[in-house]
Write a protein that binds this ligand. Structure first.
Ligand code: NAD
Length: 301
């Protein structure tokens, strides 16, 4: 069934996700701040390449049945929905509209945003994704759905199924965002452990490529050993399409959540600190796979 969908944030992930919504035959309008950048008018380019309309303002999207956000952080989501263009989006929201935040946002901020949108007649769901750009392109993302309105979740599922083939209901509003941050904390911790081991091994005289082969045939294998070391790091490609600053944001959300629920989770604090240091040293725009370049210091003799 075709539904009217507004999509905000045609970035690395948003572009292929919105492309799959268009391909599924929904009536799609897209918007991105890059619309104001004449040199890289992503929105116009997207609309030309996919069956959809380019919206010139965020307010234009408020009358859709569904509005999806795929933006860097909770703060960007909040601004787009409540304050950009003097709050044009919130002011003209269609009653009963379902807003789905698919960004990797902060679950605490999501729980605050829900009632604010509800006062304007809209229902907020969180539905962050995992699988990165390759699985966004193939429409095979894992999607973690949180929300307090079961019937809104049921209505959103066919739309979400155009972007992902593994849909999980994680619980109340914000639970999807909590799950996503915890997943990325584990992925970042795995990366951190693997690159430390490779750097120690190299200094001792081991060949890093051989190390990866051994790890992938052994109990130390993980997403980083299987998909990142040879493909992105040893090849010098460093092009996962996932910015280092976004990963640093995710591990901070996870560690902060540990503190919010008052659990002593020292490893999450260390990983938050390591990734914040990498972002500081290299810059937020560098690729996630490059974080190790910030951590090559030797201890003094
Ligand atoms: P990105 O930086 O490539 O895209 C974000 C887009 O949002 C940009 O095009 C930017 O112009 C736009 N934008 C920012 N503020 C805006 C506003 N107020 N209104 C309209 N558009 C605005 O980021 P991405 O890699 O696509 O990631 C998006 C979200 O998905 C992040 O929360 C990230 O953590 C998460 N995520 C990324 C990946 C990945 O592999 N890249 C995987 C899973 C989840």
């Amino acid at each position: 069934m075709s539904t009217r969908v507004g999509f905000i944030g045609i970035g690395n992930m948003g572009w292929p996700m919105a492309a799959n919504i268009a391909k599924a035959g929904h009536d799609l309008a897209v918007y991105d701040l890059a619309v104001f950048d004449l040199n890289q008018d992503r929105v116009a380019r997207f609309a030309a390449e996919h069956k959809s309309r380019a919206a010139a303002s965020v307010g234009e999207l408020a009358q859709n049945d569904f509005v999806i956000t795929m933006l860097p952080t909770s703060q960007h989501v909040r601004e787009a929905l409540l304050s950009d263009e003097s709050g044009a989006f919130a002011k003209s929201l269609r009653p009963g509209a379902i807003v789905i935040d698919m960004s990797s946002s902060d679950p605490v901020a999501t729980r605050q945003l829900g009632p604010e949108l509800a006062r304007r007649g809209a229902i907020l769901l969180d539905a962050p994704v995992s699988g990165a750009v390759p699985r966004a392109i193939t429409g095979k993302l894992a999607i973690m759905i949180g929300g307090d309105d079961k019937s809104a979740i049921a209505r959103a599922k066919p739309l979400l199924a155009s972007m992902g083939d593994r849909l999980f209901e994680t619980g109340p509003l914000g639970s999807g965002h909590a799950m996503k941050a915890l997943n990325n904390y584990i992925a970042a911790a795995g990366y951190t452990a693997v690159v430390e081991a490779l750097m120690i091994g190299e200094k001792f005289g081991l060949d890093q490529s051989v190390m990866v082969d051994v790890l992938n045939a052994s109990t130390g294998r993980n997403f980083t050993t299987e998909n990142m070391i040879k493909q992105q790091i040893l090849s010098g490609q460093f092009a996962t399409g996932f910015a280092l600053g976004l990963m640093a944001k995710d591990v901070k959300i996870a560690a902060d959540l540990g503190e919010a629920v008052r659990l002593d989770a020292p490893m999450s604090r260390l990983i938050r600190e390591r990734w914040a240091a990498a972002r500081e040293r290299l810059g937020a725009a560098r690729d996630t796979s490059e974080a190790m370049l910030a951590w090559r210091d030797s201890l003094p003799d």
